[in-house]
Design a binder for this molecule. Structure first.
Ligand code: MG
Length: 159
């Protein structure tokens, strides 16, 4: 078995930037998206880092540098598919993945099942091997002030 942990945080754009909010490969209705070189899917980024961590392959920035124009506005689902290939090439598969989103807004609950379903598809596992949960920080810190959101992911890999 291998265990891996991932973390990410992104700042919210201004509403006038008209950036969509994408988390876990799902478009979430909100008045602001996340500032990023890619599509800003912080949940997928944390998940990629957790898998890369379990494989001792560094981090997402090493594999997909934000200085590379190829990843501008990139669909993070494609990055996750590449990370999953690195994993399967080495004979590993996902036993389970558990993720947490910290955001003051919007409410994530209506979108959790869609995120789990999409991530399970990308990880090629059953949806019951993928958990996504969300919390506010009760107004504390940068998340509580609505400046951005943060994400955590833990994965267990098996042979
Ligand atoms: Mg990121």
């Amino acid at each position: 078995m291998r265990i891996g942990h991932g973390y990410d945080a992104h700042r919210f754009c201004e509403p006038s930037d008209n950036r969509p909010l994408v988390l876990g490969g799902v478009h979430i209705p909100h008045d602001r998206g996340l500032l990023a070189h890619s599509d800003g899917d912080a949940l997928i980024h944390a998940l990629c880092d957790a898998i890369l961590g379990a494989l001792a392959l560094g981090d997402i920035g090493r594999h997909f540098p934000d200085t590379d124009a190829a990843y501008k506005n990139a669909d993070s689902a494609i990055l996750l598919e590449r990370v999953v290939s690195l994993m399967t090439d080495r004979g590993w598969s996902i036993a389970n993945a558990d993720m947490t989103i910290l955001a003051q807004a919007p409410k994530m609950a209506p979108h959790i099942l869609a995120m789990r379903t999409r991530l399970a598809q990308l990880l090629t596992v059953d949806v019951d091997a993928v958990n996504v949960k969300a919390s506010t920080t009760e107004g504390m810190g940068f998340v509580g002030r609505g400046e951005g959101l943060e994400t955590y992911a833990v994965v267990l890999l098996g042979r």
